[in-house]
Every structure is written in structure tokens, then in C-alpha cells.
Design a protein. Structure first.
Length: 187
């Protein structure tokens, strides 16, 4: 995936960056709220879509503030993968672990429809948990914003109960033991 980034020399006004960031925080908060509901059908598919959207808007916000061209000629914005790569290539942003996490989560989101309800809960829970944690750190480091301060929510867990036990990773009796080839390939 190659991305062509064009830097503009004029000073930017920040309503677009601020609007993107506020929307990103709203998406991440919605993802956490849905994740924490006692029962929600297709939880991980929906939460992963919201988390990816939150990250995409956040990445576009930072790129816009740094004078990167995020709008294409057709008035659409650059795709998530291009945003991810552009931020990763920034020398002033430590992003490697987050980049790898988001690549996997994005792949899951894009391929979720092909798994026909097979359980990837263990894998997706871990990716989502780390992604939310990294999002909160990224907001603080890049924008000096606290994910939860505006809502006075304090620390909110990504789930009340883990959908797996630590033994799932240590024994041959993993939840994915009887999974399809596609699920095993993904994990």
C-alpha cells in the first residue's frame, strides 16, 4: 500500500481537525458502551467497526493538523490504510505496536461477514482491549485530551467478563480448536 502525502504551506484552521477528533471520541465511547452491555448481538463486529472509525477520524485529525492532504479530488478523504501508514511513517509518533494491532482489527472488520458467526471472541477481545488502551494514550500524547474526562466516567472496562480464560492460550483445548480453516488462518 503506497500513499502519496502532499504538504501544504499555508496555516490550517482547526475546526476540521477538532470536529474529526470529537467525532472519534464519540465513536470510541459508543464502542465501549456497546461492548459493556450485558447482551448485544454481533457485539464484536459492531464494536470493531466503531473502534476502527474512531481511529480513522483520529488519524485524519492529526494528519490534517500536520498539513497532510487528507481530501482527494473527489472530495472524499483518504482511506484508513493510507492514514495508518502515513501516521506510522511520521518520525515524531511512536506507533508500531498500535499500527500492527489496528491492521489486524481492520482485517477482522473487513472479513467478519465471511466467518458466519464463528467465535473469534478471544482474539477480537484482545485486539479491542489493546486498541482502546492505545487510543486513550494516543489522545493524551498527541492532543493532550483524556478519553474519559469530558464524560467524567473514570476508567471504564472494555468488558465485564473476559470471553476466555488464560488457560485458553496455554492448553491445546483452545476455543478455536474446532474452528474453520479461515478462523485458524486469521488467528
Amino acid at each position: 500500500m503506497s500513499v502519496e502525502i502532499v504538504t501544504k504551506t499555508r496555516t490550517r484552521k482547526y475546526p476540521i481537525a477538532r470536529s474529526l477528533l470529537n467525532s472519534a471520541i464519540a465513536h470510541m465511547t459508543a464502542a465501549i458502551e456497546i461492548q459493556n452491555k450485558p447482551y448485544f448481538s454481533h457485539r464484536y463486529e459492531i464494536v470493531s467497526a466503531l473502534v476502527i472509525t474512531a481511529w480513522e477520524k483520529t488519524l485524519k485529525s492529526i494528519l490534517y493538523k500536520k498539513h497532510f492532504k487528507i481530501f482527494k479530488r473527489n472530495k472524499r478523504t483518504i482511506e484508513f490504510g493510507d492514514c495508518l501508514l502515513a501516521v506510522k511513517n511520521q518520525s515524531d509518533v511512536k506507533f508500531d505496536a498500535t499500527y500492527e494491532n489496528l491492521k489486524l482489527l481492520y482485517e477482522y472488520r473487513n472479513e467478519a461477514v465471511h466467518f458466519y458467526g464463528e467465535s473469534l471472541d478471544t482474539i477480537i477481545f484482545a485486539l479491542l482491549s489493546e486498541s482502546v488502551h492505545q487510543f486513550a494514550k494516543f489522545l493524551q500524547n498527541q492532543f493532550n485530551r483524556n478519553l474519559f474526562s469530558d464524560k467524567d466516567l473514570g476508567l471504564m472496562p472494555i468488558a465485564y467478563q473476559r470471553p476466555f480464560t488464560p488457560e485458553d492460550f496455554l492448553t491445546p483445548f483452545s476455543a478455536s480448536q474446532n474452528a474453520s480453516v479461515e478462523v485458524k488462518k486469521f488467528s
